[in-house]
Design a protein around this ligand. Structure first.
Ligand code: SF4
Ligand code: SF4
Length: 73
């Protein structure tokens, strides 16, 4: 299982990560960050993220980290 962590204060709401996720797992939050924009958020954990890291690679502000977690039995 992969967890996508987005640093919401770094995000500038360019939506590149959203456009390039093959599973459509990212969206803009309704709440603004300190920069006054809607940051990208990950839609949840057990939703089929394949860990392709497209989102992290596309982010011009290096706001995204991906962690692999072991599934619990
Ligand atoms: S790692 Fe890939 S599948 Fe997972 S959220 Fe990022 S772009 Fe989408
Ligand atoms: S690519 Fe980076 S800066 Fe752009 S919306 Fe996604 S997290 Fe925010």
């Amino acid at each position: 299982m992969f967890i996508v962590k987005i640093n919401r204060e770094r995000c500038k709401s360019c939506e590149l990560c959203i456009e390039h996720c093959p599973r459509d797992l990212l969206e803009l939050d309704d709440n603004l960050n300190a920069r006054g924009v809607r940051p990208a958020v990950f839609r949840g954990e057990s939703n089929g993220c394949i860990g392709c890291i497209n989102c992290a690679l596309m982010c011009p502000d290096a706001a995204i980290e991906i962690e692999e977690q072991q599934d619990e039995e």
